[in-house]
Design a protein around this ligand. Structure first.
Ligand code: ADP
Ligand code: MG
Length: 347
């Protein structure tokens, strides 16, 4: 999520939002009893939009306030370059100290570790130092150039053990090396979608779309049918197709077109390949649909790194049935089940 610098992403995924909005309009006609409510939050460097279809404005307002607390809290606590819990954890690791971790953050870190192992570390939640060396924590800098190869190699070595190497004794975390810097940017949005869905359900809201800058989760239905979500053509503002999304499914996209630097005509995007320490090459975007939002988020990131050659095998390893990959030359790879679900739009 690079919980950081996301406005470009919100714009980049406008097609998704636009199609979600179309679906939302349809909903009003579909149901005489429920009304559409929307709340937007500018947080974590992106725009979060919650659209709910419910009879109770009061419940929506209460849920929306709780969502606001969740989003602003996580934006601070889970962002490695803010002044919150993850930053404190990273500081403790740097001092070779053990550190107490809150319940939810521990769950997410342990899930990240499992996903590292399932993806043969294409997904790695400890790339903080490397991301920093590449400058992705400071997207607005000018005169950018890639870091020295020596630095990349050294930081890569530090990062390789990943979140898998963390030792836990209940909620006490110990890292094997002081150079590890945790960065949950590739999975946090999945976790937030899970939490946000729980909040909406707790207020009796059964039909909603929670959209974090284009990564989203659908609850229930939009009027009398499934939500239709557009899959954006990478680097373009239109959608290449749309998919009807079932209740509780998350749609997560990882791309090279929303957060990147350019140097000597080459693009360096914010998803790093833990095999090389350099930005992943060859893939423009990956979209994963799954009922487990954290898995979908990490899978999209890992598949972007893995690229088209490993696409099928990694989807199988992760239990991802629905995924679509667009290479930098515009070729598509889809899982068989995804191919059956996409409704293509004309070019
Ligand atoms: P987005 O933030 O655009 O939704 P991702 O879900 O792919 O995209 O997350 C990218 C973020 O994940 C990066 O900004 C960085 O914080 C982190 N990251 C970069 N490379 C990796 C990787 N190989 N594995 C896990 N996290 C990564
Ligand atoms: Mg991700």
């Amino acid at each position: 999520m690079r919980l950081t610098q996301g406005l470009p992403k919100a714009l980049a995924l406008a097609a998704l939002a636009a199609l979600a909005a179309l679906a939302a309009v349809a909903a009003c006609h579909g149901s005489a009893e429920s009304n559409e409510f929307e709340r937007r939050y500018a947080t974590m460097g992106t725009i979060v939009t919650v659209t709910a279809f419910t009879r109770s404005e009061k419940n929506f307002a209460a849920a929306a306030s709780e969502l606001e607390r969740l989003l602003f809290n996580i934006g601070r606590e889970w962002y490695p370059w803010a002044d919150g819990e993850l930053a404190r954890i990273n500081k403790a690791i740097a001092r070779s100290e053990s550190v107490q971790v809150s319940h939810r953050l521990r769950e997410v870190l342990q899930r990240a570790a499992e996903l590292e192992s399932l993806t043969a570390s294409r997904f790695n939640a400890a790339l903080g130092e490397l991301s920093e060396a590449w400058g992705f924590n400071e997207p607005l800098q000018t005169g950018w150039r890639p870091p020295e190869r020596e630095l990349i190699e050294r930081l890569l070595e530090n990062a390789l053990p990943g979140a898998q190497s963390l030792r836990w004794s209940d909620d006490l975390l110990t890292a094997p090396a002081s150079e590890i810097k945790l960065d949950l940017g590739g999975i946090a949005k999945g976790a937030i979608l899970e939490d946000a869905a729980r909040i909406l359900k707790a207020y009796g809201i059964e039909n909603a779309i929670i959209d974090i800058g284009g990564d989203l989760l659908v609850l229930g239905r939009i009027g009398d049918r499934r939500a239709r979500i557009g899959i954006r053509r990478p680097g373009d503002s239109d959608a290449l197709g749309w998919v009807a999304i079932a209740s509780n499914e998350a749609v997560m996209t990882s791309g090279d077109y929303e957060r990147f630097f350019e140097f000597e005509g080459k693009r360096f995007a914010h998803v790093l390949d833990p095999r090389t320490g350099y930005p992943a090459v060859g893939t423009s975007s990956v979209t994963v649909i799954h009922r487990d939002p954290m898995l979908a988020d990490a899978a999209a990131t890992a598949l972007l790194v893995a690229g088209s050659v490993e696409f099928e095998s990694l989807c199988a390893e992760l239990g991802v049935e629905y995924a679509l990959l667009v290479t930098t030359s515009g070729d598509l790879r889809l899982t068989r089940s995804m191919a059956e679900r996409v409704n293509w739009l004309p070019n």
